[in-house]
Design a protein around this ligand. Structure first.
Ligand code: UDP
Ligand code: MN
Length: 261
């Protein structure tokens, strides 16, 4: 069998959630040996995600971890104020470590080559991306499109090594690389139990807070034709307008709340 890919996705309830998860699941259904770890930002698993996953046809683990109120972005806060999804990604890592510690024999052997990827629910992923990351010794890296106010950001490769990063902002961060731009070997996650995302990290330092405890720039494995191809896009979904819904609701004519959207 080819190495397994564990994909950790933080997700939270909002109008577009089911649409995002549908799109994502349809990508993942085309990827062999993918195990989806969905971590809801919720006090308990929601029926929407529970039913969705059961019908998805994917191999999955359904977790939940509520972001504490003081860590959560409030309505009207600028989007860069606090990192999103940090607690949920850490919960995914916790589950992987627990699973890794309990695995025995053939199952444990199968995990030695596995890789971990953090896939937000709103990005766009090409199928080729998963084949690029599948064989990862420590940390694989590649370009990310439509991110950071740029057409793309990417590691710059010279003589087969990452030597710096093409980014529009604070290039001297330890790892100026978007969440979608790297994958880590499960072995590295399991042998470095302290490595986690710092939910208090300042803007743009969340990825660094995790990676700096695992690798140096010298260790990075450039993928996607030496980081010359964009295979993942940091797309963001527009918040749907509910102007007419709200107006109708005032007259008692809102859309039936029993219909799941
Ligand atoms: N997310 C979450 N709780 C929140 C906000 C976001 O779990 O309160 C998840 C979201 O579903 C996504 C990830 O965290 O998978 C990153 O969030 P978002 O896409 O909003 O961040 P951005 O793309 O703006 O950096
Ligand atoms: Mn996003």
């Amino acid at each position: 069998d080819v190495p397994k890919i564990f994909v950790i996705t933080p997700t939270y309830a909002r109008l577009v959630q089911k649409a995002e998860l549908t799109r994502l699941s349809h990508t993942f259904l085309h990827v062999p040996q993918l195990h989806w770890i969905v971590v809801e930002d919720a006090p308990q698993p929601t029926p929407l995600v529970t039913d969705f996953l059961a019908a998805s046809g994917l191999t999955y683990t359904h977790l939940h971890k509520l972001t504490p109120k003081d860590r959560k972005l409030q309505e009207g806060d600028p989007s860069w104020l606090k990192p999103r999804g940090a607690e949920q990604r850490n919960e995914g890592l916790r589950w992987l470590r627990e699973m890794g510690a309990a695995a025995k024999g053939k199952e444990a052997a199968g995990l030695e080559e596995a890789v971990v990827y953090f896939a937000d629910d709103d990005n766009t992923y090409s199928l080729q991306l998963f084949e690029e990351m599948r064989y990862t010794y420590r940390v694989s890296v590649w370009p990310v499109g439509l991110v950071g106010g740029m057409k793309f950001e990417r590691p710059v490769v010279e003589d087969g090594k990452v030597v710096r990063f093409h980014t529009g902002w604070r290039p001297n961060r330890p790892f100026p690389i978007d969440m979608a731009g790297f994958a880590v070997s499960l072995r590295l996650v399991l042998t470095n139990p302290q490595a986690r995302f710092d939910g208090d990290a300042q803007m743009g330092f969340l990825e660094s807070s995790f990676l700096q405890n695992l690798v140096t720039m010298d260790d990075l494995e450039p993928k996607a034709d030496l980081c010359t191809k964009v295979l993942v896009w940091h797309t963001r979904t527009e918040k749907p307008k509910m102007k007419r819904e709200d107006a109708l609701q005032k007259q008692g004519l809102g859309s039936d709340p029993d219909v799941e959207v």
